[in-house]
Ligand binder design. Sequence first.
Ligand code: FES
Length: 373
Amino acid sequence: MSEQNKEYTEAELAEMSRDEKMRLGLALDDVELVEYQEQWPVKGTRAERRAERNVAGWFVLSGLSALAFIAVFVFWPWDYVPPSDERGYFIYSLYNPLVGFFFGLAILAVGIGVVQYQKKFIPHEVAVQQRHDGHGSDEVDRQTATAILADAGEKSGIARRSMIKRTAGFGVGAFGLGAGVMAIGGLVRNPWATTGPESLQHTGWLSETGEKTYLRRDTGNKHEVSLLRPEDIDAGGFETVYPFRESMRGTEELETSLRKGDAPVMLIRLRPGSKPVKRKGQEDFNYGDYYAYSKICTHVGCPTSLFEQQTGRLLCPCHQSQFDVVNTYAKPVFGPATRALPQLPITVDEDGYFVAKGDFIEPVGPAYWERNA
Ligand code: FES
């Protein structure tokens, strides 16, 4: 009876050595070893030790990079510093590049270490397996598979390469720690605990000094200030507007306020007779038929720059989300967006110009992990 067809008893299996079980496992699987070549037939040569140091070096580099990543992630000053403070801004602007660099280097180095180990220490082996239906009992399969795995582990030489084991543990462990710090780090600070200019929810519509914030249209000339009055927009019309304060005149902010990603607002004049359902707590955010909504789509942040007068919907061209401003407070009624567009509270001042009554009361842009309105 061939090895494949024989029924092995537990006693017979117990008597077999690991090598015999491994050979039996290969025979049961119809595997033939065509070529087998040890990488280091003579153990302990200088070349082998050099190869070991090379692999260990990559793991050490990975571990050090992961530790540097953790140090930067936790301790580097990441609070926003305006460009007017050149040194502070330079240090602040290094935060993201450094985090990315060290995290990327940690992954790269551990990857190169594993590849180098495979190339330098795993024996070259060519095996051919025939199609077969499978043989043997569960117990035979279990024991022969265990023997094959143990044999592969031994031939890989990892057991006797303590330097590589230690450095790989350091590299992979530090990298795992870094990944854990990164996952938990973002949850440590409550973004709602801070209000004001440095908070996550603040946009260019926030007036830090209480100065009046006008609604300004973009004429294409960044130095021109064109403010809006109610009569400037026809019924059913709209205009994209940006924040403007008198203190911006003659400063760089006059131009940068037109480029701030969270600033654009769609000022819409609904047709007379429209009676949208107002959002609870925002009943006085509109001025008559004039409603102002963030232009940043709550799906992934494209500009919702199309207003369809007949249906009263704001359309986002990116993934076709539609927000109903005639019947509701810009709630999404079609497409992937799930949140209403934030509404900017507006009124008209004593000179007849539109002004913002304050900042948005919720974050603008893509769906946010926590909203309070
Ligand atoms: S970004 Fe607007 S629908 Fe996707």
